[in-house]
Design a protein around this ligand. Sequence first.
Ligand code: F6P
Length: 546
Amino acid sequence: MSDLTRSAPWAALVAHHKTLAKVQMRDLFAQEPRRFDRFSLEVGPLFLDYSRNRLTNRTLSLLLDLARDADLEGWIDRLFAGEAVNHTEKRPALHIALRNRSNCPILVDGIDVMPAVNAVLERMRTFSGAVRDGSWTGFSGASIRDVVAIGIGGSSLGPRLAVEALAPYAKGGPRIHFVANVDGAEISSVLDGLDPGRTLFVVTSKTFTTAETLVNARTARAWYLEKGGDSAALDRHFVAVSSNAAKVAEFGLDPDKSFAMWDWVGGRYSLWSAVGLPIAIAIGFDRFVELLEGAHEMDEHFRSAALDANMPVLLGLIGTWYGSFFGAPSHAVLPYDRRLAQLPAFLQQLDMESNGKRVMRDGEAVDYPTGPIVWGGVGTDGQHAFFQLLHQGTRLVPADFIAAIEPDHGLPEHHRMLLANCLAQGEALMRGRTLVEVNAELAAAGLDPAEQARLAPHMVCPGNQPSNTILMRRLDPRSLGALLALYEHKVFVQSVLWRINPFDQFGVELGKKLATGILAELEAGAPSGSRDSSTNGLIARCLARP
Ligand code: F6P
């Protein structure tokens, strides 16, 4: 057993789980009329209802003991102080500096990073403004009509989510397209119909070594030149965002004209940096600052609120309760907002790349499950697809519902229906439908007892499926900033409880390395036969002539 699973707070939670395992949430609500007031919290633009969870005051107090035992408060201090919390790579993780609107000094190796952060933000302001107002022109003197953001993973998912989520704020800006996948189908369909004289490529890669991004950037450059683009004006059509100036230069772009980022920003935590340039171009720099402000508000709350009234801490504790003590393997993200369709994909990287780890900080193997499988999709679409499993399947699936109270469109009837469905699904998952209720319904519908007995077992919904509901007044830059920072900190909290490093991602390297070798075989047209029979067989099949 590890120190963690041997610890007194862990053992107390294991014992407490036994007493709660069969308790129905509907009974907890019946016993506690003020349960909603007790288990809800407002921070800046976000309201969280966590009353529909399988927990009591005692559960929370035991989870808080676990957090204190893990020195969560100390780890929060270390994160904000710029200590090397990413100990394997010997780096801080200072996404909070990127949105530090109070501008207080944040030191890395004794040097305040804020002047550099602010300088890049100023360049983003000038550049995004010029692209938006048409004063940044292409080789033919025309303004930019299309921006193609090339990047993958953290260099794409956050900007893509934000640009889509904040579309109503993007009036007057150019169209923004995203190219991430190495699949040529993606870049071909984006480039199709674009005018090289009016297109700007933003090539984003922290390392500037990511194979997918470099091949897409090369294809974009070849397209630009083939379509008559002026090679002397390349820097009016291509800008880089990277922490690797040497590689940017190697690619043929002027590092002095590119946008810097730093190795103390993790890719999946980077949308607040120049990686967010497509967002600033889409919605304007002032709105981008509002996004940073929303995140900063959540940072300040996370840093200063007591653990038992701290939104990211509570979400992290609740997630750990299900993952580590109920054995729930997954966590569903259910935005009731079409504009948040990219949120599950963003959170997949944030959570799974951070907490998909199997050893503790000291290198010892964990003996408890770590990060959940994050999945999800927008409501109401999901109700007509995967919700059946949530209502009547055999697995415990904790979920987050997310919705805006007011829409940004003029169709109030649609929005009322959307909200009603969001609230109803949380209620249905919590309450379920008992056999007694089903029989009463069937009797009221006039079914005879035999027919009732035949149908009733198929209609019972066990309920007791936990969920959080996060409401915001509107899906605007500030709310989105707060929401994404909330999840970043939730993931951090869980990493601390599990004693893992959420800021490295060595696991993703193996596949990349193997792909390089297989690519060489595909290019040579000759299988090496040096691998396992499956990989050899598949390579041979790809190379075989029909
Ligand atoms: O392969 C995983 C990863 O390293 C992510 O962590 C990162 O967000 C993504 O690739 C892109 O990396 P880069 O910004 O260096 O191109």
